[in-house]
Design a binder for this molecule. Structure first.
Ligand code: SAM
Length: 248
């Protein structure tokens, strides 16, 4: 069936690729890949020799035309990113919109996603969750985002770069309070897979004490607000406590 197939690939363990993903990748006329050199290794492993085209959301018109021409000719295009599910903190949104607007079909081929994998083994509530992707890298913008999330009762899920995980945990303690339970999920499906759940203060100590915990690929999840906590900014909360002490 002609159309754009959004194909999830493994987040580490190659055994996580689905039979359908392999079939689609092998049968496609073109694979649009975030990074062709990266995806070449995956395709080689499974002896797939479908032609590839580099595609990301800032690609030029030429790259886009190649994909659209293939679809216009009744072909099958598979979209892959470096790891996991395309469009989830990965390129593809612009392409999916454009392809749909031109009247072509878009089919999901589901599979691995680091956020969902972490959540499923987190031990945190999963009935409601909010995927936040990457927090802003700058301290001010990151604190604003966390403060905006402080009242949220759903479990919060973040992607984080290893060199920022220690300071992000510190910022979370400041903005969300240190008692909230949180999860560090590192190197999921890989050799050094680690899942560690603890209150934010303890998790922060665990990470600070062992530089190995600041390596590799990381998902952070934090329990949502339980109701008792202060929703006001930390400085305001401190001020209120001081005022309360002064009152007769
Ligand atoms: N599209 C991908 C997905 O479906 O999970 C996510 C792409 S995003 C650019 C990459 C981030 O995902 C990493 O920085 C890390 O936060 C998270 N991630 C990817 N693979 C992971 C793994 N094996 N273990 C833990 N986190 C992972």
């Amino acid at each position: 069936e002609s159309g754009l197939y959004v194909v999830a690939t493994p987040i580490g363990n190659l055994g996580d690729i689905s039979q359908r993903a392999l079939a689609v990748l092998a049968a496609a006329d073109l694979i649009a890949a975030e990074d062709t050199r990266h995806s070449a290794r995956l395709l080689q492993h499974f002896s797939i020799d479908t032609p590839m085209q580099a595609y990301h959301d800032h690609s030029d018109q030429r790259a886009l035309s190649k994909v659209l021409d293939c679809l216009a000719a009744g072909g099958v295009v598979a979209l892959v990113s470096d790891a996991g599910t395309p469009l989830i903190s990965d390129p593809g949104y612009r392409l999916v919109r454009q392809v749909q607007d031109l009247g072509h079909a878009v089919y999901p081929v589901p599979g691995a996603c680091a956020a969902i994998a972490a959540l499923s083994a987190s031990g945190l509530p999963t009935d409601r969750f909010l995927f936040e992707g990457f927090l802003p890298a700058k301290a001010g913008a990151r604190a604003s985002r966390l403060q905006a999330l402080a009242a949220e009762s759903a479990t919060l899920v973040f992607y984080e770069a290893p060199h920022r995980v220690a300071e992000t945990l510190e910022a979370m303690i400041t903005c969300l309070g240190g008692e909230r339970e949180a999860l560090l999920a590192r190197e999921l499906t890989k050799t050094f897979e680690t899942l560690h759940r603890a209150p934010l203060v303890e998790l922060s100590r665990f990470v600070a004490a062992d530089s190995n915990q600041q390596r590799g690929e990381i998902v952070l999840a934090v329990a949502g607000r339980r109701g008792r906590e202060e929703v006001v900014a930390p400085e305001v909360a401190q001020l209120l406590r001081r005022l309360a002490q002064e009152l007769p």
